[in-house]
Design a protein around this ligand. Structure first.
Ligand code: PBG
Length: 325
């Protein structure tokens, strides 16, 4: 035998020398939930270690993340039911919880990047990402102005990166134009490009109490059976002016990530969603697997598949681990 791949694995130093991919703290984006009022943080049952924070507690958490070197947080508002209606009126309120939280974070931590989610569901009494007609249809074109206005309110509050997660057609161009027309040409758009109608969003919907009241999201989120369609979405988002493309969820769609890597020159993000977090946490709690090893292996797999950045509820834990190294 003259070819022995094991020679490149013979010691820690040798393995390090030939290592192709690395997880770094600078790759991580921490999703965080903010709630109304000043009460203590509320634990999210299906996401051990994750909370709904008051604005003050959110600031503390952002401080800890920045200290660890995490460059970006992705914020989501948890609103009470009385703030929700069919047209997501609260999303336009520049004095509402979300803009207030964005302003507070940017004021205290100007260097920390703030990404904000654009979709109607946290504000919608229907629990859908778009406007719902009398007949229960999700109305695409009627939703676009609502999304664009929401994005503008977030940009005005200081959001660095707008993240449209709604999967309406044409929304990236629509939002881009509205931001530019209002003087926000420097605000970035990270498009949820290939967002699948997934069973892995359950814990997130618990966190925001945002599950659809009727029907499902299959007329706008992608069919898990499709890969070519992700390329179609990517080409569209690129042409519409997106700065970064995202694949979501992560683990079940590593092939999609790799295919987009081979298709676009735009940077790619992956969203390691709530259900993926819950799976590892639950198995680790039972002692069925080593949570830390599984977390690191999962996060590294996203880098290998082509992601430049990872939205993950493990951001803090992974950053703590990497700091110790
Ligand atoms: C909603 C949105 C969802 C997530 C991010 N933005 C849920 C959904 O589409 O129902 C899920 C994130 C996660 O599960 O961690 N627009």
């Amino acid at each position: 035998m003259n070819i022995r791949p094991r020679r490149n694995r013979k010691s820690h130093a040798m393995r390090a020398l030939v290592e192709e991919n690395q997880l770094q703290v600078k790759d991580l984006i921490a999703p965080l939930f903010v709630k109304e009022g000043s009460g203590p943080k509320e634990a999210i049952g299906s996401m051990p270690g994750q909370y709904r924070f008051s604005v003050n507690d959110l600031l503390d958490e952002c401080g800890r993340l920045q200290e660890l070197g995490v460059p970006c947080v992705s914020l989501f508002p948890a609103l009470s039911e009385d703030k929700k209606d069919k047209t997501a009126t609260e999303s336009k309120n520049s004095e509402g919880l979300f803009p207030e939280a964005i302003r507070a974070v940017k004021e205290k931590y100007p260097e920390l990047l703030v990404m904000t989610d654009v979709a109607m569901d946290p504000y919608s009494s229907d629990g859908h990402d778009g406007l719902v007609s009398e007949e229960g249809k999700i109305l695409n074109d009627e939703t676009l102005p609502i999304l664009a206005e929401m994005a503008l309110v977030q940009a005005q509050a200081g959001s660095d990166i707008i993240g449209p997660s709604d999967m309406m057609d044409g929304r990236v161009a629509f939002i881009r134009e509205h931001l530019d027309d209002n003087g926000f040409s420097e605000t970035s758009i990270m498009s949820y490009t290939a967002k699948y109608a997934s069973g892995f969003y359950g814990p997130f919907r618990e966190a925001l109490d945002s599950a659809p009241k009727a029907g499902d999201k299959k007329t706008y989120q992608m069919n898990p059976a499709n890969g070519d369609e992700a390329i179609r979405e990517a080409l569209l988002d690129e042409a519409e002016g997106a700065d970064i493309l995202m694949v979501k969820p992560g683990l079940p769609y590593l092939d999609v990530l790799l295919r987009l890597k081979q298709t676009t020159t735009l940077p790619l993000a992956v969203y390691n969603v709530s259900g993926e977090y819950a799976m590892i946490k639950a198995a680790a709690e039972k002692g069925w697997l080593d949570g830390e090893v599984a977390m690191l292996e999962m996060l590294l797999s996203f880098k290998r598949a082509g992601a430049s950045m990872i939205l993950t509820y493990f951001a803090k834990e992974a950053a703590q681990y990497l700091k110790k190294q």
